[in-house]
Design a protein around this ligand. Structure first.
Ligand code: AP5
Length: 218
């Protein structure tokens, strides 16, 4: 059986950073629906063409687009794999759909980890984020700078600011988070499957806390 651990938290809370670090040290798979959608947009696939206008506006992409991606990802994962879901589920409908989708892909949800960060820190993290458009590696101008300014440590490509990290789009993403995604925290809390983490510390400290929470889940 494959296991899913859901990473929850506001835009900029550090879900991607923590999930990637802990996946690298445990052999789990980091599944970022945002990264998958950005890849689909850059390749101009039908899902990407449908998703682009929603993403540019900071809105949620229609659930059906995500469900297909989730099942394909689960079916493609080997038996026994642990998958860190970063960005899914993102509303209550997706949270309710996840158990049946998981079953279809031979998986079950082991639990959810929520990264708690204050709003001023979220804004500082999003404002300084740089990403590699080629390999997806993530950086921050202050807390996680690349070795050579503006260049990816992994593949040497020029780093970019994400299209949805403009101030007006960030504001809308935070509103959508409060109205649509924050209720998902209560969904897992009610099921007794939620661990909350104070994610205000450094990336290394947060990764340590996630690793501890994970040991009680999988
Ligand atoms: P997505 O890519 O999932 O964006 P998000 O949830 O808004 O989250 P972010 O990627 O912005 O933040 P993060 O928490 O991963 O932070 P990160 O680790 O990068 O989704 C993008 C869009 O896709 C959505 O708006 C939507 O349109 C669509 N979408 C995706 N999934 C969907 C779904 N299920 N349904 C519908 N639509 C969907 O960190 C941020 C910065 O902070 C980085 O620079 C990092 O270096 C830095 N940092 C991280 N941790 C720390 C730390 N501990 N200390 C200091 N700096 C840190």
């Amino acid at each position: 059986m494959k296991k899913i651990v859901v990473f929850l938290g506001a835009p900029g809370a550090g879900k991607g950073t923590a999930a990637a670090a802990v996946a690298a040290s445990t052999g789990a798979r980091h599944v970022s629906t945002g990264a998958m959608l950005r890849d689909a947009v850059s390749r101009g696939t039908p899902a990407g063409l449908e998703a682009k206008s929603y993403m540019d506006a900071g809105a949620l992409v229609p659930d059906e687009v995500l469900y297909k991606m989730v099942v394909e990802t689960l079916v493609g994962a080997p038996d026994g794999a642990t998958l860190f879901f970063d960005g899914f589920p993102r509303n209550l409908a997706q949270a309710e759909a996840l158990a049946p989708l998981a079953k279809e892909g031979g998986a079950e949800v082991a639990g959810a980890i929520c990264l708690d960060v204050a709003k001023d820190a979220l804004l500082a993290r999003l404002g300084g984020r740089r990403t590699c458009p080629k390999c997806g590696a993530g950086y921050h101008v202050l807390s996680l700078p690349p070795k050579v300014e503006g260049k990816c440590d992994v593949c040497g490509s020029d780093l970019a600011v994400r299209d949805d990290d403009k101030p007006e789009t960030i504001a809308h993403r935070l509103e959508i988070y409060e109205s649509a995604t924050a209720p998902v925290i209560g969904f897992y809390e009610k099921a007794g499957a939620l661990r909350r983490i104070d994610a205000s510390g450094s990336a290394a400290e947060v990764a340590d806390l996630v690793l501890k929470a994970l040991k009680e889940m999988v």
